[in-house]
Design a protein around this ligand. Structure first.
Ligand code: 15L
Length: 291
């Protein structure tokens, strides 16, 4: 049985994955937080992704790594830098030095969050991050690309939507992934023998999807769930959202930093921008009379 290291194993996504992968692989669980209640087939390997010595220790003797570790939403640059930029570099570098070829990287829909909801995007679009967090995910994909091309590592980047038992809101009807579909995708990333560098979307088979996930399907992903079965219930509870968030796939992440300044609303949302008065030109100072 393969031994799989999961970083960030104490988080929400890690906890779903532990449950879904039980019995399929030996799981080595790493996190900066303590891992509670180890099940059969699980071992704990505590570690901080920002410390290369920790990553060198936990990546020894594993067949593949599922790298979930890091900061999982928008946050201050210092935190993103430490956990997601330095942490991601450390993970890939430690894997390389320990001869671990296969890394599954938990990228995010926020690496492409500035694509509009009316667009359908596939794995070939260039990143359009909606936040520092999104930038860190695009960075992780690029480190993966470098390590695949330069060192022959096998890297599977999953632009994950929202892993949850049920989609919590309208936006997630388009990017939701059930825990069991997520586990299916992870198994493809671990077991498909022909991976060099791939980008896939971590979403279920959602009717309202913004993604053409044909690359994942080509590699063997067969999602079984569709957020649509929750749509009536979700939409009945939905309150009207901010027009900026409604326009972009990344939702609230797209304006997290512009702090509600109406002059920064993207032009297509329109009215507020059109009605914005151009600043009056400053009057030129009157020339001083010569005495
Ligand atoms: C993510 O990347 C986050 O990790 C998660 O907490 C959700 O916010 C998700 O995206 C989402 O877009 O719903």
């Amino acid at each position: 049985m393969k031994t799989i290291l999961i970083t960030g194993a104490a988080g929400d996504v890690g906890s779903h994955l532990r449950r879904e992968l039980a019995g399929k692989y030996n799981l080595l669980l790493s996190d900066i937080k303590p891992i509670k209640a180890l099940a059969a087939g699980e071992k704990s390997a505590p570690g901080d992704v920002a410390k290369i010595s920790d990553m060198l220790r936990v990546t020894k003797d594993v067949d593949a790594i599922v790298h979930l570790g890091g900061f999982s939403v928008e946050g201050p640059w210092e935190m993103i830098l430490r956990a997601n930029i330095i942490g991601c570099y450390n993970l890939f570098e430690a894997a390389r030095r320990n001869g671990v070829k296969r890394v599954l990287f938990a990228s995010s829909n926020h690496a492409t969050g500035f694509y509009q909801r009316e667009e359908k995007i596939d794995h070939r679009v260039y990143p359009k991050p909606d936040s520092r967090y999104g930038v860190s995910k695009a960075f992780g994909e690029q480190i993966g690309s470098l390590y695949a091309d330069k060192y022959g590592m096998e890297v599977f980047c999953m632009r994950i939507g929202n892993v949850a038992v049920a989609p919590p809101d309208k936006r997630r009807l388009s990017n939701w992934i059930s825990p069991r579909d997520f586990a299916r995708l992870v198994c493809v990333g671990i077991d498909n023998p022909n991976i060099s560098f791939e980008i896939v979307y971590g979403v279920s088979d959602n009717k309202r999807s913004w993604y053409d996930n044909s690359n994942a399907h080509r590699l063997g992903y067969q999602p079984q769930d569709d957020a649509e079965r929750y749509a009536a219930e979700v939409l009945a509870k939905e309150k009207p959202g901010d027009p900026r968030a409604e326009m972009y796939q990344g939702g609230n992440f797209v304006f997290a930093e512009i702090g509600g300044d109406p002059s920064r609303i993207p032009p297509k949302v329109g009215k507020a921008r059109k009605s914005r008065k151009a600043p009056k030109p400053k009057k030129a100072p009157k020339p001083k009379k010569k005495k």
